[in-house]
Design a protein around this ligand. Structure first.
Ligand SMILES: C[S@@+](CC[C@H](N)C(=O)[O-])C[C@H]1O[C@@H](n2cnc3c(N)ncnc32)[C@H](O)[C@@H]1O
Length: 225
């Protein structure tokens, strides 16, 4: 019988987006005991396909961690011969330094500007400078999502894409504890996720959908008007 576990196994082992370089970063993450904070290989494959189809050039990533998803986006820019660029933001300086080292080691650092700081502060600064992006990838602590949602939409060009990770369940923990947004309780974090989904669902500026890849991706495309 087809079970969810089998579907997930198939998804993570078919058409995955994990190159040898990305595998090196994931092995580094695993050696530090931080596995599953990074996106899944199936999500990298999806990001690359989506970016190519939408002609994405300018990318803002909120939540660098150790550079796994950053490297995925950088590979897309390299493989398509794009002049595009990624700004990635991380609160934890040590993680940002480690991510920079990893991208240097695989020769992808020239596509990326690494910023250390709070996502909300950086978004406000970028907004003041009138910066606009083709794609914003939001992947920070889930409690921050509702406060960041409108800032992220503001930073999108018309038809730009906002992708938000872990919207169906918290990273790592959801798979272990079963905490999820479909059967919510009084959990503060799950309430934040529900609030985020409600914000997107009621936002007339975007068209949204949820994809159950990894721990759930919310995808919002900004309308032209
Ligand atoms: C789930 S991890 C990101 C994973 C990464 N995108 C990847 O797939 O490899 C979340 C990261 O966001 C960082 N973070 C959390 N809250 C933040 C905030 N408010 N501003 C910037 N970074 C934040 C955390 O330190 C952590 O490294």
């Amino acid at each position: 019988m087809l079970t969810e576990k089998k579907v997930r196994h198939f998804l993570e082992n078919t058409l995955d987006g994990e190159s040898t370089s990305l595998k090196l970063i994931r092995e580094k993450i695993e050696a530090l005991g931080l596995e599953h904070e990074e996106v899944f290989p199936s999500q990298i494959a999806f990001f690359k396909t989506l970016c190519l189809g939408a002609g994405v050039q300018e990318i803002l990533e909120l939540g660098t961690f150790l550079g796994y998803s950053t490297a995925g986006f950088a590979e897309y820019l390299k493989d398509t011969g794009s002049n595009g660029h990624i700004i990635t933001v991380e609160l934890d300086e040590k993680r940002a330094i480690e991510a920079t080292r990893s991208l240097e080691a695989i020769g992808l650092d020239k596509y990326v500007t690494f910023l250390v700081g709070d996502a909300s502060t950086v978004c406000q600064e970028l907004s003041t400078k009138k910066k606009k992006f083709d794609l914003v990838f939001l992947d920070v602590f889930e409690e921050c999502y509702p406060g960041l949602y409108h800032l992220c939409v503001e930073l999108l060009k018309p038809q730009g894409l906002l992708i938000i990770d872990n919207v169906l369940m918290p990273t790592v923990d959801g798979w272990v504890s079963g905490r999820n947004v479909i059967e919510p309780n009084d959990d503060k974090l799950l309430k934040s996720l529900r609030e985020l989904i409600d914000l997107a669902a009621s936002d007339p500026k975007v068209s949204s959908s949820i994809l159950p890849l990894g721990s759930g991706l919310l995808i919002c495309s900004k309308l032209m008007k």
